[in-house]
Design a binder for this molecule. Structure first.
Ligand code: 5GP
Length: 234
């Protein structure tokens, strides 16, 4: 596998072509951002921590029969992934009320959500990722009714796998964001599943073990990421 030119550079990852058009190299950088990029830093080891947890979770999902873009981890900060046609949706699953849900709606932080709540945002930083509903998804031709049904079903399946896995390690999966892509008519989970895209709370102490540590400026986010990565990757 040979890494070729840069195809795309996001806020925390860079994507490179390879000599195989069906495969991409995804590099997790040490950059961290919050609030639509208004707060940003470069923190040593952040890329390798998120690459490690992401590839671990993608592997766990694959073992549970869920299709993901992971082909294999290449090194500490890079993975080889299937080249998907990405769908510009952020599919968020919430098990406990937090974040924008408590900011935007009259619900107390920490309220358990059973059944889990699925929220779908339009992935567009310039518009601040506005929330969609099913009709908007269809009107904007972002997914067909069948695809949306499948996206939600996969998201709930992912939730069950991750929630159970983390619960065994004393961690509450509060919420997380997935992105999906298509290849050969199938849906795959793409992007990343890391501390940058989930909320994780220690079951005993309630301590945040995710990007909220950075968002709120309480504590050292890399120390938290190290701690939680060691609990996840066993
Ligand atoms: P909220 O809607 O509360 O801001 O986010 C819900 C969950 O989805 C959180 O775990 C958050 O980290 C994740 N999330 C929402 N939007 C984004 C995004 O644009 N990028 C990343 N990496 N995660 C997001």
């Amino acid at each position: 596998m040979k890494q070729l030119d840069l195809l795309y550079s996001g806020k925390a990852k860079s994507v490179y072509r390879t000599e195989n058009p069906g495969e991409l190299v995804i590099k997790f950088r040490d950059d961290i951002t919050a609030f639509d990029g208004q707060k940003k830093d470069t923190l040593a080891e952040k890329g390798s921590l998120n690459a490690g947890v992401s590839t671990f979770f993608f592997g766990l999902l694959e073992k549970n029969g869920i299709k993901t873009h992971l082909i294999r981890k290449i090194d500490d900060t890079t993975m080889l992934a299937r080249n998907l046609t990405m769908i510009p949706l952020e599919v968020i699953v919430r098990n406990i009320a937090a974040g924008s849900m408590v900011k935007n709606f009259p619900i107390v932080k920490g309220t358990p959500l059973d059944p889990p709540v699925i929220v779908i945002d339009f992935k567009d930083d310039t518009r601040h990722d506005p929330m969609l509903n099913d009709d908007l998804v269809f009107a904007l031709k972002l997914a067909t009714p069948e695809e949306l049904r499948e996206l939600k079903q996969i998201a709930l399946q992912v939730n069950r796998v991750l929630r159970d896995y983390l619960a065994e390690r004393g961690i509450d999966l509060v919420d997380f964001k997935l992105e999906f892509g298509k290849k050969d008519g199938h849906l795959f989970v793409g992007d990343e599943i890391s501390m940058d895209s989930m909320r994780l709370w220690d079951k005993k102490t309630g301590e945040s073990l995710d990007k909220d540590v950075y968002r709120t400026g309480q504590g050292d986010v890399i120390t938290s990421y190290h701690h939680v990565a060691a609990r996840i990757i066993t």
